[in-house]
Ligand binder design. Structure first.
Ligand code: AHR
Length: 490
C-alpha cells in the first residue's frame, strides 16, 4: 500500500474547464452512425427520428456538451447537398476512406442538427476543404444559420426546418496534412485564410472557426500555421493524437488480449499527450501571447487492431478497464491544460475506436470509458483549482494523475487515476481549508482486461466508495488499476 497526498488550494483558481473538453466525435465510419446511433425511423428499435432512444438517454446522462460530425477523413469527401431533401432522392456515394461501403446519405444536416438540439449539445461541423469548394462551404453555413430569405433558406424551409439552427463550432477541413489533401502547412494556411473569409456570421450567429492543426508532435505545423493565421482568422486550431499501445501503427495489438508490458507501454504512450500539449502551448504562447486562440484536441483515444472477424475499415474494438485508465489520464491532462485546451472529442462515440457505447442489434452497452465520462462530468464548466499530487513511477510511466475543480455551486470535485497494476494507494486529500461537510466517492475498479459484453453488461461499472473526512482532510482508497472521483460539499 502506498501513501499518496493530494494537496488542494481551493482558493486559487487556475483556469476555466470548458464543458466542451468532455466532447464526442461521430463520423460516417463503420457502425458509428448507421447501425449504431441511427437506425432509421422504420426500425423496431425504439427511436426518435431514427436515432436510438437508449443512446439519447445515455448521452444525456453524461451531459454530452458537443458533438463533432461528419468526420474525420469522411468530412473532406462529404458534399452536404447530397444529404438534404427527401431521403429517397438523396444521392448515394462510396465511403472511400472507410470500407468502401455505400453511403446513402440518410443521415445528413437536418438529422445531425436536430439531434444536437435534442441532446442539448453544441454541434461541431467539419467542412470539406480537401475535395470541396469555397462556395459549397459558404452555402452550407448560409443554409444552416441564415434567418432571412434566400434560395438556400427557402430550400431549408421546404425540407422542414423553418428557423435556422444555432451553429458555433465550424472546422475548416480535417487532417489536411493527410487524408484532407496532403497539404504542406504553408499551403494549408493560405487555403484556410481563403475558405474562412467566406464563412459568414448570419443573423446573429457567431461562428467559432477552427483551423486544422497538427498531428501529435508536429510542432512545425503549429508554428507555420500560426505565423500565417491570426486571431482575426481563427478562434481555434485542432490537434489529433491517438494512443497506440506500442507506439507503432503497424502493430497496434488487440483491445482485450495484451501483456502487462504492453499495458504499461499504453500508459507511457498516453502520457505523451501531456508533453505534446505543452509543446504546442509553448508555440501558441509565443505566437498568440494574448491566449486568443484555443487548442481543440478534437480526436483522441486508443486505437487497436480491429476485433477479429469485423470489417477492417470499420475500426470496431472492445473497451476494457485499460481504456478507462487512458480516458481518466487524458481527461486529467486536458483539465490541467484548460487555459489553452478548450475542447476535446473522444474518437469515437459509438462502435468505433475508444467508444463510450457499443451496440449489437437492439442491445446496447456502456463501456468502462463511458463510466469515466460519467464520473468526471462535474468538471464541466467548473474552475480548475491549484492542486499538487504525489506520484510514483512504474515501468517508466508515472502512475497517478489528478485534477481538482470548483463548480459554480461551490462544490469541489477531485478525480484521480491509479494506473499501477500492483500498487494499492491510500489517498490523503488535504482540502486546504475547504470545510467539507460531505464527501461522495465513486470508484471504478476492475481487472485491467475486464470489459462489458452484451451478455454481461455490468462487469465494469462504478460503485460508491467510502471517503473518511477527518481534520480538514479526506482519506480514500485507490486500488491498483482504478479511477476515483470525490465530490465535496459544505
Ligand atoms: O477517427 C478515425 C480517423 O482518424 C479520422 O477519420 C481521421 O481524422 C483520423 O485519422
Amino acid at each position: 500500500m502506498k501513501n499518496i497526498r493530494l494537496t488542494v488550494d481551493p482558493s486559487t483558481e487556475v483556469s476555466h474547464i470548458n464543458r466542451e473538453i468532455y466532447g464526442h466525435f461521430s463520423e460516417h465510419l463503420g457502425r458509428c452512425i448507421y447501425n449504431g446511433l441511427f437506425v432509421g425511423e422504420g426500425s423496431s428499435i425504439p427511436n426518435k427520428d431514427g436515432v436510438r432512444k437508449d443512446i439519447i438517454e445515455a448521452l444525456k446522462n453524461i451531459s454530452i456538451p458537443v458533438l463533432r460530425w461528419p468526420g474525420g477523413c469522411f468530412a473532406d469527401e462529404y458534399h452536404w447537398k447530397d444529404g438534404i431533401g427527401p431521403k429517397e432522392t438523396r444521392k448515394k456515394m462510396i465511403n472511400t476512406n472507410w470500407g468502401g461501403v455505400v453511403e446513402d446519405n440518410s443521415f445528413g444536416t437536418h438529422e445531425f442538427m436536430d439531434l444536437c438540439e435534442e441532446l442539448g449539445c453544441e454541434p461541431y461541423v467539419a467542412g470539406n476543404v480537401g475535395s470541396g469548394t469555397v462556395r459549397e462551404m459558404s452555402e452550407w453555413i448560409e443554409y444552416m444559420t441564415f434567418d432571412g430569405e434566400s434560395p438556400l433558406t427557402l430550400e431549408r424551409k421546404k425540407n422542414g426546418r423553418e428557423k435556422p439552427w444555432k451553429l458555433k463550432y465550424f472546422g475548416i477541413g480535417n487532417e489536411n496534412w493527410g487524408c484532407g489533401g496532403n497539404m504542406r502547412p504553408e499551403y494549408y494556411a493560405d487555403v484556410y485564410r481563403q475558405f474562412q473569409s467566406f464563412c459568414k456570421n448570419y443573423s446573429g450567429n457567431q461562428l467559432y472557426k477552427v483551423a486544422c492543426g497538427p498531428s501529435g508532435g508536429d510542432y512545425n505545423w503549429t508554428r507555420v500555421l500560426l505565423q500565417n493565421v491570426k486571431p482575426w482568422h481563427t478562434k481555434g486550431i485542432s490537434l489529433h493524437h491517438y494512443t497506440i499501445p506500442s507506439g507503432d501503427w503497424n502493430s497496434k495489438g488487440s483491445a482485450t488480449k495484451f501483456s502487462d508490458d504492453l499495458y504499461y507501454s499504453t500508459i507511457r504512450q498516453t502520457l505523451t499527450m501531456d508533453d505534446i500539449i505543452k509543446g504546442h502551448t509553448a508555440i501558441m504562447d509565443e505566437l498568440d501571447p494574448k491566449n486568443e486562440i484555443g487548442l481543440l484536441v478534437d480526436e483522441w483515444g486508443c486505437w487497436y487492431d480491429v476485433e477479429e472477424g469485423t470489417n477492417p475499415g470499420f475500426l470496431y474494438q472492445q473497451n476494457t478497464m485499460r481504456d478507462a485508465i487512458v480516458a481518466a489520464v487524458n481527461l486529467n491532462i486536458f483539465n490541467t491544460h484548460s487555459r489553452r485546451v478548450v475542447m476535446a472529442n473522444i474518437a469515437q462515440m459509438i462502435n468505433v475506436l475508444q467508444a463510450v457505447i457499443l451496440t449489437e442489434g437492439e442491445k446496447m452497452i456502456l463501456t468502462p470509458t463511458y463510466h469515466v465520462f460519467y464520473m468526471y462530468k462535474g468538471h464541466q464548466d467548473a474552475e480548475l483549482v491549484k492542486s499538487i499530487c504525489q506520484d510514483f513511477t512504474q515501468e517508466g510511466a508515472r502512475m497517478i494523475t489528478s485534477s481538482v475543480s470548483k463548480a459554480k455551486d461551490g462544490s469541489l470535485l477531485a478525480t484521480v487515476s491509479n494506473a499501477s497494476l500492483s500498487e494499492d494507494v491510500e489517498l490523503e486529500i488535504d482540502l486546504g481549508g475547504y470545510e467539507a461537510a460531505k464527501a461522495e466517492g465513486t470508484l471504478l475498479n476492475a481487472d485491467v482486461r475486464a470489459y462489458n459484453t452484451f451478455d454481461a453488461p455490468e462487469n465494469v461499472k462504478p460503485e460508491a466508495c467510502e471517503v473518511e473526512l477527518r481534520e480538514g482532510k479526506a482519506f480514500v482508497k485507490l486500488p491498483a488499476c482504478s479511477v476515483v472521483s470525490v465530490r465535496f460539499t459544505k
